[in-house]
Design a protein around this ligand. Sequence first.
Ligand SMILES: Cc1cc2nc3c(=O)[nH]c(=O)nc-3n(C[C@H](O)[C@H](O)[C@H](O)COP(=O)(O)OP(=O)(O)OC[C@H]3O[C@@H](n4cnc5c(N)ncnc54)[C@H](O)[C@@H]3O)c2cc1C
Length: 391
Amino acid sequence: MQFTDSPELAQLRTEVRDHLTEVMTPERRERIYRSGVSHDKDLIAGLVDRGWFVPPHLAEAVGAPVRTAVEQSAIDAELMYADAPTYLSATTMMVASVIHHAGTDEMKERILGPALGGEVTIALGFTEPESGSDVAAAATRAVRDGDDWVINGSKMFTTNGHIADYVFLLARTDPTVPKHKGLTMFLVPMDTPGCDAQAVWTLSGERTNITFYSDVRIGDEQRIGDVNAGWSVLNIALVDEHASSWGPHLARLLHHAEAWAHEKRVDDQGVTATPIDDPATRRRLARIAMEVEVSDLLQQRCLWMSGNGDMPIAEGPMSKLYSTEALERATEDVVEMVGPDGLRSYLEPTAPEDGMFEQTMRFSLGTTIYAGTSEVQRTIIAQRGLKLPRT
Ligand SMILES: Cc1cc2nc3c(=O)[nH]c(=O)nc-3n(C[C@H](O)[C@H](O)[C@H](O)COP(=O)(O)OP(=O)(O)OC[C@H]3O[C@@H](n4cnc5c(N)ncnc54)[C@H](O)[C@@H]3O)c2cc1C
């Protein structure tokens, strides 16, 4: 068992962290926050140039540097710790994996290279106004017309759908069979006539979208996988999504909470105190430190399983569920510890730690919803991990 970084891995982590410290300038942070969009073309180009962008299982396909899964996980953790704007790249990679598994040679040739070079981006179009957790209930229709497909419907929360080149779209192609069996996946070019994206702003200030598809005509070469085999194609992406970890956000929160706790303050009565001297503060910080550690270990386990060729079917949801609920818990705890000042606005220069406590609090709420809600993750753990009967 190995719990420490090798000198090479430590060196890589330092290189990535130093680079991100340099490029994640206050101006860039503010621009990203105000736009609500987690994507920055220049920043991604910098990662591509350094060979930090393409995951190991896809690197060989496009002649990119092949890293170990442990190295890539360290890079991803640093990106999340720095709060780098990589959400659109993450969804693009998820779909690139699907294309690698289930796409035609022609599609691989056309899409994989540009996507893995950071030039082409792909958003996810699963959720609909009437179906979210029950993703197989999608009602958006794709109807065959000669060599083409004509798509009609709408998708809710298509994050980055307004800037992405493509949406990876789940559509119903046969309404007469049980719901899981009548679905097909498509890669819809968002510049096709009939595609539209309207902004939806979330509590955390993220911009997502409702996307509309009105008589959108695309060629059959945009289909991924067989007709009516969309459920199995989609599941390649969902296993990836369910195995995400949010531990580095928790580690960043801890870092700022510690920084706050070490600062001397003078209260209204002129008494000077340092929060870290208060045992209650130390206990709260210790609890968060433990949760950072558990989040990291759960993610390491997923990595270890994937490395051994096993799918982390229940372990991925454990990692996602634990790290996001811990983030929510810890943020509430920190805001309570800091007091009313902890609710001062993000980027307000006189707010403690630039207002990151209130921003993390708002942000943490969405993390337990997207990429599968906590309830859905618990159901997967119970049914597929513990083999409990369906309720
Ligand atoms: C900021 C943000 C970004 C997102 N980005 C994307 C994106 O890019 N692409 C995309 O396709 N989707 C995206 N989503 C959608 C997200 O995946 C869904 O919100 C999520 O799957 C839940 O679906 P829903 O909102 O329809 O809620 P519902 O499914 O209606 O759920 C409502 C509540 O009921 C619970 N519930 C539902 N079914 C069950 C059940 N069987 N057992 C127990 N409890 C249940 C849920 O856990 C939840 O608490 C995003 C969401 C948010 C908030």
